[in-house]
Design a protein around this ligand. Structure first.
Ligand SMILES: Nc1ncnc2c1ncn2[C@@H]1O[C@H](COP(=O)(O)OP(=O)(O)OP(=O)(O)O)[C@@H](O)[C@H]1O
Ligand SMILES: [Mg+2]
Length: 308
């Protein structure tokens, strides 16, 4: 596209590619260009980034660009790439309590105090979608799945297949799917009527699994978890009773998350320098999975700040 592929590739995802622009910008230095960004990504970034939010990468396009079909997203380039790759370059002792606390603080604060209050849901919170300028400065990228919260009624999820990968599913919402499925099956007998509106809870689960990966140095969703998810999805075709399949699917995902949290709990050691931070995140994951109470964002932040 427009010959941009020949430039240095900074990152590649399922749908798009991010390259480095050949020339520096006078003000922002190196520029990253995302090729074929969605119009909602450009639009949502153009809402957030002019406000100089600390957590969001600077969008360098003009207002007129928002309407372009083939989107080129111009942004400031982060020198250290994404956080997932960056963490791999650190020695284990470098990833100490202070550094983890600092990174976690920025991620929590950025999502809950800056992105959500602007009515944007990110919906793809993970280490690979956070870029690193220097250790004390990280920012969110990849608003490709993000949506404007006041318009979430347009972003209903109809079937779990649409969720495509395990990390994007908030297990508690999966449970809600199941409960709703029961209602729908009783009244309409058609599984295709099950719809759930996306809410900030999706991002909260993404936040938890991201912090988990940061602290435990491994993904919350293991290969077995992903295999389980695929098997459950595939078994849909062979199930005659869709309602039963739905229940099995929802329970499978939910139980997987619960056992994963329990297993991680049991492996904790008080000698671990990251013990209190790990305990914090597992506690919040456990509460998320085991209660239906709304998430108290303020409490979460207060509890976190005590761990400094
Ligand atoms: N501004 C940036 N500076 C440096 N590296 C970046 C920047 N933006 C993105 N990258 C790198 O490119 C990778 C892919 O970017 P991004 O996540 O936006 O696209 P994607 O994953 O292809 O999107 P999608 O998930 O919609 O397919 C990131 O993981 C990161 O490593
Ligand atoms: Mg990405």
């Amino acid at each position: 596209m427009r010959g941009l592929e020949k430039y240095t590739i900074l990152g590649e995802g399922v749908q798009s590619k991010v390259v480095q622009a050949p020339r520096k910008d006078e003000r922002y230095g190196d520029i990253a260009i995302k090729i074929e960004a969605t119009s909602s990504e450009v639009y949502n970034l153009s809402i957030l980034s002019p406000q100089n939010l600390t957590c969001v990468i600077k969008y360098l396009g003009s207002d007129d660009d928002k309407d372009y079909k083939a989107q080129l997203l111009y942004m400031e380039k982060a020198d250290h790439g994404n956080l997932e790759d960056f963490l791999k370059t650190l020695e284990p002792e470098e990833l100490n309590h202070n550094l983890c606390f600092n990174l976690m603080e920025q991620i929590i604060y950025g999502l809950l105090q800056e992105i959500h209050p602007n009515n944007i849901l990110h919906l793809s919170v993970k280490l690979a979608n956070i870029v690193v300028f220097d250790e004390t400065n990280i920012k969110f990228v990849d608003f490709g799945l993000s949506c404007y919260m006041l318009l979430t009624f347009k972003r209903e999820i109809d079937t779990p297949e649409r969720l495509t990968n395990l990390s994007r599913i908030a297990p508690r919402r999966i449970k809600a799917f199941r409960d709703k499925a029961k209602d729908v099956m009783e009244t309409t007998r058609n599984i295709n009527y099950i719809k759930i509106i996306i809410s900030p809870e999706e991002d909260i689960w993404g936040l938890y699994t991201t912090l988990y990966q940061l602290l435990f140095n491994k993904s919350f969703n293991t290969k077995e978890g992903i295999k389980l998810f695929d098997t459950l999805i595939k078994s849909r075709r062979s199930h005659l009773n869709q309602a039963i399949w739905y229940e099995k699917f929802c329970d499978g995902i939910y139980q997987y998350s619960r056992s994963k949290v329990r297993e991680s709990f049991e492996s904790l050691s008080e000698d671990d320098p990251l013990y209190t931070l790990k305990l914090f995140i597992l506690g919040y994951m456990d509460t998320y999975l085991n209660t239906d109470a709304p998430i108290d964002i303020e409490q979460l932040q207060q509890d976190f700040l005590k761990l400094r």
